[in-house]
Design a protein around this ligand. Structure first.
Ligand code: CTP
Length: 400
């Protein structure tokens, strides 16, 4: 999937050690289909050479407001017209101050002032510079002017200090830029999602679980957040990092998932149950490791109790959120899915074949609602999640 197919991005670099990360950033943007025009301030060229940026972008690098190459001699206008966004990464404290005051004394600041496209900044500076009241005043002014600030992140700094001011990592910046371009169909909605498997203990070292990777639920959490929602993800154990900007609550068992979900559900507009929740837990789980030969014939006698059906309970909440369920089936998808939708009392159920989804990167979803079955085209999980978010948003009732 190419997040920036047919997109032209102006990538501005100002003076800061984080310029070394911009080489990686340009590569990551190009990899996803972007045409990247790099514009560097004089200070930026002290940290990384234009040759590096030219080699990675495959395009001419712009340094000078007096560059005579454009036929009309107006690089400061031409570069922004037809650009889908300007991203300045790193954006130094000095550059932010200039922008906040509408100054335009070099090519990059002039481009920003003359732009007809969105402007995003990735601040990068020492923590004291970021915390300085002047920088904070400028940051607030820039936000008020409609400029998007990405980060800064916190952590180790090149100067040896630790704190806020690091430039966000290149992959995170790419993710944030891709999110910026997504339609905000869930703006302001509170979305609760369950994802991953649950693990039901047999004893302190053994569990009963399933092969859910969590990829679909995590992709949906990312897509919902990209669409402008405030997203909470209640997740069973997975190997996946939490998507940027998503609040994740980690649980192990179905009962823990139930306990985490119920209080949050009442405050949500939308609940999407993607988790592969175990239907049963071991009611006689041992407090100590079960020894192999402790039972006659070597077989432990496990007893089971039914887990709460989280989705059905949330769907039955008076004034509760709009609910979407998932069903991974190994056979008779349509019959099982429609039956499940009615049984759980939900308007929309998303079905797929289990053998296609467990740990796979691609998925083919079928939507089941009161009107029948609607297959979606097969796609990678993020594209499918974005499409699903659009389908959900189109069906979601107005604000409560
Ligand atoms: N679900 C849930 N809590 C459970 C079981 C399932 O919230 N205890 C949710 C899942 O997250 C999913 C939907 O219900 O959105 C369907 O899950 P599935 O396991 O397919 O349904 P079951 O009711 O368990 O039916 P069956 O095991 O017969 O397929």
């Amino acid at each position: 999937m190419q997040d920036f197919a047919n997109k032209r991005i102006v990538l501005g670099l100002t003076g800061g050690i984080a310029c070394y990360k911009s080489a990686e950033l340009v590569r990551r943007l190009v990899e996803h289909g972007a045409a990247v025009d790099v514009v560097m301030t004089e200070a930026a060229t002290r940290f990384i050479t234009p040759v590096t940026m030219q080699a990675l972008s495959g395009r001419h690098v712009w340094l000078d407001a007096w560059d005579a190459r454009p036929a009309n001699n107006m690089a400061h206008i031409d570069l922004t017209r037809g650009a889908d966004a300007i991203l300045v990464a790193p954006a130094s404290a000095d550059f932010m101050a200039k922008l906040a005051h509408g100054m335009a004394d070099d090519l990059l600041s002039t481009l920003c002032l003359a732009r007809a496209c969105p402007l995003l900044l990735a601040p990068a500076m020492n923590r004291e510079m970021w915390g300085n009241p002047a920088t904070q005043r400028n940051a607030a002014q820039l936000r008020q002017d409609g400029i998007v600030l990405l980060g800064p992140a916190a952590g180790d700094q090149a100067c040896g200090e630790v704190g806020d001011g690091r430039m966000m990592e290149p992959l995170d910046l790419r993710t944030e830029l891709a999110a910026y371009f997504q339609p905000k169909v869930l703006a302001g909605r509170r979305v609760l999602i369950t994802a991953g498997p649950t693990c039901e203990p047999i004893d302190p070292v053994r569990v009963l679980s399933n092969r859910s990777s969590g990829k679909t639920g995590y992709a949906l959490a990312r897509a919902a957040r990209e669409a402008g929602a405030q997203v909470t993800l209640v997740s069973g154990p997975t190997a996946l990092p939490a998507p940027l900007g998503v609040r994740r609550i980690d649980v192990q068992t179905a009962r823990q998932m139930h306990a985490a979900v119920m209080p949050l559900a009442a405050q949500s507009d939308l609940f999407i149950a993607v988790a592969a929740v175990a239907d049963w837990h071991v009611s006689n789980a041992s407090g100590q490791k079960v020894k192999k030969n402790a039972h006659p014939g070597g077989l432990p006698a496990l007893e089971f109790a039914v887990n709460p059906d989280i989705l059905a309970e949330v769907a039955a909440l008076p004034g509760g959120p709009w609910c979407v369920g998932f069903a991974a089936e190994t056979e008779n998808l349509a019959a099982h899915a429609e039956d499940k939708r009615r049984r759980k009392g939900i308007a929309l159920l998303v079905g797929n074949l289990a053998q296609d989804v467990m740990d796979a990167d691609d998925t083919a979803l079928v939507l089941f609602d009161a009107q029948g079955a609607h297959p979606l085209p097969p796609a990678d999980k993020l594209s499918a999640a974005r499409r699903l978010v659009a389908e959900i948003a189109a069906r979601l009732p107005g604000r409560r």
